[in-house]
Design a protein around this ligand. Structure first.
Ligand code: DC
Length: 223
């Protein structure tokens, strides 16, 4: 089976997707890391993030690999950009700032979509992102769209950042989430919308295990 999970920033899609894939013995693939890797490489090469031509060319030539393991430093997987380990670098504030812009470029999307389809063609995959059910894999066996209010997502991020010893405030996190939602929803290509035949799950009052259990029921039903 091919399973897609889409949703907004901090909707829980990565956590839920990874757990679902693990319990099914499927490959977990988070497509956000590819947009982040292109953004990181653009910044690393001192390109202007708003130079559509240069960033697009980079996306068309950059080799991005995602490996299932790596050093034991809390990572779930290892992301390589042209062979360099960028697993942590793609989470930096600079990448965070420009990734939405970079992901709005049609040639960047086309290049990464082609790679994502190739990865999914082997089957037995849980692919997570924003447009996987609508654009990348519209014929997937099961499409899920996770929804959660901006306030709930900000609370989750705030708890995570506290646990990691960072001192970002709740209001600051909420404002960043609202800004990113606006960019992602208003994107002219691949805006963040559920596929017509997606199962929409509102996770505001559900814990992770409950969401994963519900997805497993859906997988059984779709098999
Ligand atoms: O899920 P994330 O925060 O790692 O995604 C990073 C950025 O990449 C986000 O701004 C949206 C974009 N993205 C996208 O446009 N399409 C995808 N399939 C996945 C991510």
């Amino acid at each position: 089976m091919i399973i897609t999970i889409d949703g907004a920033a901090a909707s829980g899609k990565s956590t839920v997707g990874a757990l679902l894939a693990q319990s099914l013995g499927y490959l977990y693939f988070d497509t956000g890391v590819m947009y982040r890797a292109v953004t990181w490489a653009a910044l690393d090469r001192r390109l202007e993030a708003n130079n559509v031509e240069q960033v697009s060319q980079l996306a068309e030539t950059l080799t991005i690999d995602v490996l299932p393991d790596g050093p034991n430093d809390g990572r779930q997987y290892t992301v390589l950009a042209d062979g360099r380990d960028v697993t942590w670098a793609i989470r930096s504030p600079a990448v965070e700032k420009y990734v939405s812009l970079v992901s709005s470029y049609p040639r960047v999307r086309a290049a990464l979509t082609a790679q994502q389809r190739r990865i999914a063609s082997a089957g037995r995959v849980v692919m997570v992102g924003r447009d996987i059910g609508t654009v990348v894999l519209p014929d997937a066996d099961l499409k899920v769209f996770l929804r959660a209010s901006a306030e709930e997502r900000a609370r989750r991020r705030y708890r995570d950042s506290q646990a990691q010893g960072q001192n970002a405030g709740y209001q600051e996190i909420l404002a960043a989430i609202q800004e990113r939602d606006k960019q992602d929803i208003e994107k002219p290509i691949s805006p963040l919308v559920p596929a017509e035949d997606a199962v929409i799950i509102d996770t505001d009052n559900l814990d992770i295990d409950t969401v994963v259990a519900r997805l497993k029921e859906l997988v059984t039903g779709a098999a």
